[in-house]
Design a protein around this ligand. Structure first.
Ligand code: NDP
Ligand code: GDR
Length: 342
C-alpha cells in the first residue's frame, strides 16, 4: 500500500516541491487548500495534476479534524503559515493564529483522530507522523554562530515568536503523548517558485525586468543582513528523511555558508551581465523594526543521522533564478498574477 501524506501549505513554494518529491517516491499525496476560489490552487493543479485536495484552514479546528478523518494520512507535513516576516508586524495576531496556533490545531486533529489518550503512550509505531516547518528565524538575535539544534532562541519578529511556539509545542506533544512529531529548523531556501515578496525572488525578477528594459531600478532595504540560502528542492528531501527516521528528532537544515544581501544582489546582476550599483536604490522604508543580522547553519546532525546533503550551491541557485525569470518575462508570464510556475 502506498504511504499517504497530507500537506498543509501545498500551494506554497515548499508544498509544490514536497508534493513532487513524495509523488515520485510512490506516495498518495493530499493537499489541504483553503478559500473559495484560491488562484494558487489552479497553478498547483497545472503543475501536479495527481495531487488530491481536501478543503481546510489552519484557523478552523473542525476543518482539520475532518481533513485528517477523510485522508487518514500516514504522514502530515505542516507547511501552512503566514511566512512573510514583514507581514507579521502588520498582522501580528493573525500570524499568531495561523503560524502559531495552527500548529496546535493540527496536532490536536491528529491526536483526536488517532485516539491518542491524554497519557503518554509507550509506542509511537503505527501513529500518524507529524512534521512541523520550524525556522531559523527562531534563532533571531544570535550569540553564537553557526547555529545548531542546541542554540538558544531569541526571535526578532511576531513570525519568529509564532514559529517558536509551534516548535516547542511539537516537542511537547512528542514528550507528552509519545507522538512521532518532529521539527525541521530550516534556513532560507529558494527557487524559481519562491514568492515574489522574498528578497531572492524580488532580486531575480528585478534583474530580469531591468535586463529586458521593463524597469530601470530595484528598491531594496537592508543589504548587510546575512543569510544561509539553499535550494528548496534539496530541503524537502530532508523533511521526508526526518519522518522516515527510526526516532523522532529535530534537525537543523542549511548549507553552512552565509552571504550578505549585497552579495546576493551582486551575484544576480552579474549573472545577467549588469552592474548592480547602477540600478539598486536603498529604501529605508523597507528596513524591519528588528532585524536578524546573521544566520548560518551547522547541519552536521542532518548529515550524520539522515545522510542529507545540499546539492545546489548559492551561485548556481542565484543564476538559475535569474535565468528562469528572464525566460518567464520574455515569454509574457506575469509573476504578480501567480498564473505561472516554472
Ligand atoms: P509560502 O509562503 O510559499 O506558502 C505558505 C503556505 O501557507 C501557502 O500554501 C498558503 O496557502 C498556506 N496558508 C496560509 N495561511 C493558511 C491558513 N490559514 N490555513 C492553511 N494554509 C495556509 O511558504 P514556503 O513554502 O516558503 O514555506 C513553507 C513553510 O516553511 C512555512 O511554514 C514557512 O514559514 C516555513 N519556512 C520556510 C522557509 C523558507 O525559506 N522558504 C524556511 C523556514 C521555514 P494559500 O495559497 O491558501 O495562501
Ligand atoms: P526572511 O526572508 O525574512 O529571512 O524569511 P526575506 O527574503 O524576506 O529577507 C531576507 C533578508 O533580506 C533583507 N532585505 C529584504 N527582504 C525583502 N523581503 N525585501 C527587500 O526589499 C529586502 N531588502 C533587504 C531582509 O531585511 C532580510 O534580512 C524567510 C521566510 O521564508 C521565512 O518564512 C523563513 O522562516 C525564513 O526565511 C527562514
Amino acid at each position: 500500500m502506498a504511504r499517504r501524506a497530507l500537506i498543509t501549505g501545498i500551494t506554497g513554494q515548499d508544498g509544490s516541491y514536497l508534493a513532487e518529491h513524495l509523488l515520485a517516491a510512490g506516495y498518495e499525496v493530499w493537499g489541504l487548500v483553503r478559500g473559495q476560489a484560491n488562484p494558487r490552487v489552479s497553478r498547483l493543479r497545472k503543475l501536479l495534476g495527481e495531487v488530491r485536495l481536501v478543503r481546510g484552514d489552519l484557523l478552523d479546528q473542525g476543518s482539520l479534524i475532518s481533513a485528517v478523518e477523510r485522508v487518514r494520512p500516514d504522514e502530515v507535513y505542516n507547511l501552512g503559515a503566514i511566512s512573510f516576516v514583514p507581514m507579521s508586524w502588520e498582522q501580528a495576531e493573525l500570524t499568531a493564529e495561523v503560524t502559531g496556533m495552527g500548529v496546535l490545531r493540527m496536532l490536536e486533529a491528529i491526536r483526536v483522530c488517532s485516539g491518542v489518550s491524554s497519557s503518554r503512550t509507550a509506542d509511537s509505531s503505527g501513529q500518524i507522523r507529524f512534521y512541523q516547518a520550524s525556522s531559523s528565524e527562531m534563532f533571531g538575535q544570535v550569540r553564537e554562530t553557526p547555529q545548531n539544534e542546541r542554540t538558544p532562541f531569541h526571535p526578532r519578529s511576531p513570525y519568529g515568536v509564532a514559529k517558536t511556539y509551534g516548535h516547542f509545542l511539537t516537542q511537547n506533544y512528542r514528550e507528552s503523548y509519545g507522538m512521532f512529531a518532529v521539527s525541521g529548523i530550516l534556513f532560507n531556501h529558494e527557487s524559481p517558485r519562491r514568492g515574489a515578496e522574498f528578497v531572492t525572488r524580488k532580486v531575480s525578477l528585478g534583474v530580469a525586468r531591468i535586463k529586458l528594459g521593463l524597469a530601470g531600478e530595484l528598491r531594496l532595504g537592508n543589504l548587510e543582513a546575512r543569510r544561509d540560502w539553499g535550494y528548496a528542492g534539496d530541503y524537502v528531501r530532508a523533511m521526508r528523511l526526518m519522518l522516515a527516521a527510526g526516532t523522532p528528532e529535530d534537525y537543523v537544515i542549511g548549507t553552512g555558508r552565509t552571504h550578505t544581501v549585497r552579495e546576493l544582489v551582486e551575484a544576480a546582476f552579474s549573472a545577467a551581465g549588469l552592474d548592480w550599483e547602477r540600478h539598486v536604490v536603498r529604501d529605508p522604508s523597507l528596513h524591519r523594526p528588528a532585524e536578524v543580522d546573521l544566520l548560518c547553519a551547522d547541519p552536521k546532525k542532518a548529515r550524520s543521522h539522515l545522510g542529507w546533503e545540499p546539492s545546489v550551491s548559492f551561485e548556481e541557485l542565484v543564476a538559475q533564478m535569474v535565468e528562469s525569470d528572464i525566460r518567464l518575462l520574455s515569454d509574457g508570464g506575469d509573476p504578480d498574477q501567480e498564473s505561472s510556475w516554472p
